[in-house]
Write a protein that binds this ligand. Structure first.
Ligand code: ADP
Ligand code: MG
Length: 256
């Protein structure tokens, strides 16, 4: 049975999509069966996994509206070695359409349960908001992976996210927990980042992943080639860090 994780943070541009596609590719590389679910209407995780969002016959939108199953809508990314339940702009409409339907925050959960035996990991790339889409992700998941930059306001933003996760845990999904905080785009030469990193460890202790993802230009370049950095340039420092992170995740779920 797959372990299902949301990659979430209410802030935009913090590295959610980069983390999702590179963790997916890293897990595939160490032999795990992975489904990557794109819940962001921007479709960046879809494009960044070698799947053209403009050519999707079916997407996560159809799954949320129950006009397709995951088995019908998923596509294989041969280049990346994992399956993709893609998204495109159509998904932006789902928010409004779901208002009318029953179990609107549980649609994804039900759909993923049907394919849970096909995978070891299901990773969900969330949009930068607490929308009905993100709620569908959080209701489906066993845990949340929070990518964060070690910057001045990082801890403040984290409080909101932690409260949201507590609410979902209390009211909607008893399984949900924070798996860990992932320090991304890290530059050890910047004193402030080192200080925030130390604060994070002081507050959140073992919830902070050991692996640190460095700021690395190859990770930023990879999406323009439609690939995760791990696939585009496996030798890049950032790519190697994501493979290390994949191994750390494999170890963590053994303890869950
Ligand atoms: P989000 O999904 O949270 O909006 P992204 O993953 O799209 O964030 O990342 C925002 C920007 O930062 C993108 O341009 C991405 O390529 C870049 N980026 C993410 N992680 C790194 C990294 N470790 N090193 C360098 N650039 C990064
Ligand atoms: Mg994103």
């Amino acid at each position: 049975m797959a372990k299902i994780f949301c990659i979430a943070n209410q802030k935009g541009g913090v590295g959610k999509t980069t983390t999702t596609v590179n963790l997916a590719a890293g897990l595939a590389k160490v032999g795990q069966r992975v489904l990557m679910v794109d819940l962001d209407p921007q479709g960046n995780a879809t494009m960044g996994s070698g799947v053209d969002k403009r050519e999707l016959a079916l997407s996560v939108y159809d799954v949320l509206l129950e006009s397709a199953t995951v088995a019908e809508a998923r596509v294989r990314s041969d280049k990346c070695g994992f399956d993709v339940l893609g998204a495109n702009r159509e998904l932006a409409g789902a928010e409004v359409e779901l208002v009318e339907v029953e179990r609107r925050d549980r649609r994804l959960k039900g759909a993923l349960e049907a394919v849970a035996d096909d995978y070891d990991f299901i990773l969900i790339d969330c949009p930068p908001s607490l929308s009905m889409l993100t709620l569908n992700g959080l209701c489906s998941a066993h845990g949340v992976v929070v990518p964060m930059q070690c910057e001045y306001f990082a801890l403040e933003g984290l409080t909101d996210l932690v409260n949201t996760i507590k609410q979902v845990h209390a009211n909607m999904n008893k399984d949900l927990q924070i798996i860990g905080l992932l320090r991304v785009m890290f530059d050890p030469r910047i004193t402030l980042q080192q200080q925030v990193s130390d604060q994070l460890k002081a507050h959140f202790a073992e919830k902070v992943f050991d692996t640190v993802i460095p700021r690395n230009v190859r990770l930023a370049e990879a999406p323009s080639y439609g690939l995760p950095g791990v696939v585009f340039d496996p030798n890049a420092r950032g790519s190697q860090a994501f493979v290390d992170f994949a191994r750390e995740m494999v170890e963590r779920i053994k303890k869950m």
